[in-house]
Structure formats: C-alpha cells, structure tokens
Ligand binder design. Sequence first.
Ligand SMILES: [Zn+2]
Length: 187
Amino acid sequence: MTHKENVPKWVRQRFAATIQYMNEKGTSWIFKKLQDSDEVYYIQYTQNRKIGYKLSKKTIYWNPNAFYKNTNGTIVFPATILAHEGRHALQHDEYGEEKYKELKETADPEYGDLIENKVITTTEQVIAKLHSDIKEEETTRTDHKGKMFVMDEYSFMDACNESYTAIPERFRENILEYLRVIWNIGE
Ligand SMILES: [Zn+2]
C-alpha cells in the first residue's frame, strides 16, 4: 500500500492520522491485510466527486475531508469511506481480477452491483458503528445514491459556507469533533 507520487503532503498526513484513528477504534484490519499482500495498492487524492476504487489502476481515490450524506439521513465519515474503499481493494486481492469484474457487472437492485452490495451490507455497517458514525440500531444506507460533500475546519468558521449550511444541525458537532481529532493526530 503506497501513495501515488503526486499526493499532497497534507493528504498523506491525514491518511496516516486516519489509519491511527482506525487502530484506536479497532477498524484498521483491512489496511493491515492490504499491507501484507504481495500486490501493491495505491492511494490517490481526489478533490472532485470521484471517490472510489479503480480496479485497473489498483488505486483508492479518497479525500480526507469528504463525507457522504445518504438518502436515509445518515452521514458516513471520511474514515469509514476509506475503510469502504480499502475493502474493495481487498476484494480485488481476495477474489482476483476476473471474479471482481464479474461481481461488478452483476446488477443489484439496491446498491447498483454485487461488489457494492457485499461491502455496504457487511463491512461498512460494522465499521460505521465502531466509528460512531451511526447508532447501533441504524443502517448507513439502503441504496447507493448518497451525495458527497467536502468539509474542513475552516468551513465551520464561515456560517454562510454552502457545505456547512447543507449539513443537518444534529451532525455539525460530530463532524467538527471528528475533524479536530484527525487534525490533532496529524499535527
Ligand atoms: Zn463502494
């Protein structure tokens, strides 16, 4: 597991902080397995909405400040998104390319395809609870239609910021607290 050459330093720091956060929450096992693999998987920073795992490039596209707001009202935090994408890389590692492609091309009514179904209904639920993104009785999402938004500490200082005002009030404190934790680990 390694960063692509052009990944900015601050993203590398946030990535390291997020892995440390996962160590503390007991959720870093996916990245331990990827680290132990004979294959090399990559981390790439994405500013736009193209978060995901790309099979042909063996690369996770991620943004340390990107959250998902789901149609059922929950929010998935960046650490959980990283774990989700890491799980796709691990699926690739475990299934091999052919089987991964086959599952990716098999439609699923709720989540788009079977690769997504497998990660969202299992790993993502366990990890989102260990990260306290959602409560024990909640589900992160029941479809694959969430909307991404990007938030950093500075956005919170500007009450007119579009990302800030779009966040339901009950989540604002949690998001700020999460960003503070990650930024503090990274400093
Ligand atoms: Zn996915």
